[in-house]
Design a protein around this ligand. Structure first.
Ligand SMILES: *[C@@H]1O[C@H](CO)[C@@H](O)[C@H](O)[C@H]1NC(C)=O
Ligand SMILES: *[C@@H]1O[C@H](CO)[C@@H](O)[C@H](O)[C@H]1NC(C)=O
Ligand SMILES: *[C@@H]1O[C@H](CO)[C@@H](O)[C@H](O)[C@H]1NC(C)=O
Ligand SMILES: *[C@@H]1O[C@H](CO)[C@@H](O)[C@H](O)[C@H]1NC(C)=O
Length: 373
C-alpha cells in the first residue's frame, strides 16, 4: 500500500518534470532582455473590471462613487475595491502601464483622428457578468462572450497589431457570479450542480478556443476564490453566517478542478499555447488560516458596508459604514476583497510556487520566448 503510494508519487513527479521540460523546450527561455510581454488583455467580472460598467448608463452594477478607490487612486475608478485589482498589480510587476477599460478606450479612439488603440492592452472585464450568458443580464452588464466579441472586432478591423497580440498576456477570470446566483432564492428551477458547473466549463473552453483563434498564446486562467466565504452570503437565506457556506465552496472547487483540467489539456489541442492556472482558492485559504502572518485583523467582515457581516448593504450606499484601516480587512465590500488581499493574490500569481499557480508562474511565463506562429 505504502509502496504503491510512493510509486504513484514518483510517477507523478516524473510526469510533472517531463511536462515542464516540454514546455521549456517548446518555448525557449528568453535572453536577458527580461519580459516579452508588452500588453495585457483582460476578460472577466468585478475581480478584474477596471471601470467598464461606469460607461454603461443603465448598468446597475457600479462602484463609481466614494469610498471606492480611496486607498490608491484617491477617487472612484469603477474598480470594486479600495485600490488596485489583479491586472493592475500584474501590470506593475511587468512594468507596463495599467490598462484602461475598453469602453473608455473606445470613446477616446473615436475622438482621436488616428483612431489609435493603446499598446499596453485593454481591460474588457465587466462587474456582475458570469461565464453563463444569462448571469445578471438584466443588470446591463457585458457578458464575457460579448467582451470577447469586442476584442475580436478590434482584431478583425486591424486595430491591434498581430505581433502585439503574440506578445500579450491574456487574463481570464469569471464564474463567481454564476455560483453565487445559483444559491439565490430567485434562481429557479435549479439544474443539478454538476450540470450547472459543466455548462460554465463549456463556456470557458469555448472562450479559450476563440482567444487562441484570434492569436492569443500566453493565457492565464484564474480559478475562483472561496465565494462561499464572502460577506454577501448574508443576503442568502440558506447560507450560514458563523462559517463559510460549504455547498457554495463545493461548487467553486468542482468548477476550479474542471478549469485546471482544461488548462492542463491546452497544449494537446492548441500548438504553441502556454496556459497557466492560478489557484486563487488555495492562496486565499492560506491567508484565512493564519491572518496575522499576512497582517490581517479581520477576515470575516466587510470593511465597508452594513448589516450582518457588513454584507447586506453595498459600500457607499445609504447607511454604509467604513472601517478605519481597510488593509486590516480581507474583504472591502460585500462581494470583494481589499487591495491588500488582491496584492497577496497577485504576488502569488506573479512569483509564487505551484501551490499558487501552475505549471509556471507569470514571471516565468513573461520570460519565455515563443515562436511567432
Ligand atoms: C529571464 O531569463 C534570463 C535567461 O535565463 C535570465 O537571465 C533573467 O533573469 C530572466 N528574467 C526574469 C525576469 O526572470
Ligand atoms: C472627446 O472630445 C470632446 C471635445 O473635444 C471632449 O469634450 C471629450 O471629453 C472627449 N472625450 C474623450 C473620452 O476623450
Ligand atoms: C441598456 O441600454 C442599452 C442601449 O440603450 C439596451 O440595449 C439594453 O437593453 C439596456 N439594458 C437594460 C438592462 O436595460
Ligand atoms: C470584524 O469586524 C466586524 C465589524 O467591524 C466586527 O464586528 C468583528 O468583531 C470583527 N472581527 C474580528 C475578529 O475582529
Amino acid at each position: 500500500m505504502w509502496r504503491n503510494m510512493m510509486m504513484k508519487k514518483l510517477v507523478m513527479k516524473i510526469a510533472m518534470f517531463v511536462c515542464v521540460v516540454t514546455l521549456l523546450l517548446m518555448a525557449r527561455v528568453g535572453a536577458a532582455s527580461g519580459s516579452h510581454i508588452q500588453a495585457i488583455f483582460t476578460f472577466g467580472d468585478s475581480i478584474m473590471d477596471a471601470g467598464n460598467n461606469h460607461f454603461i448608463k443603465n448598468c446597475s452594477a457600479q462602484a463609481d462613487f466614494p469610498p471606492y478607490g480611496s486607498s490608491y487612486f484617491h477617487k472612484p475608478t469603477g474598480r470594486f475595491t479600495n485600490g488596485r485589482t489583479v491586472p493592475d498589480f500584474i501590470s506593475q510587476f511587468l512594468r507596463i502601464t495599467i490598462q484602461k477599460p475598453f469602453l473608455q478606450v473606445q470613446l477616446e479612439a473615436a475622438n482621436d483622428t488616428n483612431g489609435a488603440y493603446p499598446s499596453n492592452g485593454i481591460n474588457f472585464a465587466s462587474a456582475g457578468s458570469g461565464m453563463l450568458l444569462e448571469t445578471n443580464e438584466d443588470w446591463g452588464v457585458i457578458p464575457i462572450q460579448d467582451q470577447l466579441k469586442y476584442f475580436e472586432a478590434l482584431v478583425k478591423r486591424n486595430k491591434l497589431d498581430e505581433k502585439l497580440i503574440r506578445r500579450s498576456l491574456f487574463l481570464l477570470e469569471s464564474g463567481s457570479n454564476d455560483v453565487f446566483n445559483y444559491f439565490s432564492p430567485f434562481y429557479s428551477p435549479k439544474p443539478d450542480p454538476s450540470i450547472y458547473v459543466q455548462a460554465m466549463l463549456s463556456e470557458a473552453a469555448r472562450l479559450i478556443a476563440q482567444l487562441y483563434g484570434l492569436g492569443a498564446r500566453r493565457i492565464a486562467i484564474f480559478g475562483l476564490g472561496p465565494v462561499g466565504c464572502i460577506p454577501a452570503r448574508a443576503l442568502l437565506p440558506v447560507a450560514p453566517l458563523n462559517r463559510c457556506f460549504g455547498r457554495m465552496n463545493k461548487m467553486v472547487k468542482d468548477y476550479n478542478l474542471g478549469l485546471e483540467a482544461l488548462v492542463t489539456a491546452l497544449p494537446h489541442h492548441y500548438p504553441g499555447i502556454v496556459g497557466v492556472f492560478g489557484d486563487v482558492y488555495r492562496t486565499t485559504q492560506r491567508v484565512r488560516a493564519s491572518p496575522a502572518t499576512y497582517r490581517f485583523v479581520n477576515v470575516t467582515h466587510a470593511c465597508c458596508g452594513d448589516g450582518a457581516l457588513g454584507g447586506t448593504v453595498q459600500c457607499g450606499k445609504e447607511g454604509y459604514k467604513m472601517c478605519s484601516n481597510p488593509s486590516d480587512f480581507m474583504f472591502w465590500d460585500y462581494f470583494h476583497p481589499t487591495e491588500h488581499t488582491y496584492k497577496l493574490i497577485s504576488k502569488g500569481l506573479w512569483a509564487g510556487g505551484r501551490a499558487s499557480i501552475r505549471p509556471l508562474n507569470l514571471k516565468t511565463l513573461a520570460n519565455l520566448t515563443l515562436s511567432d506562429h
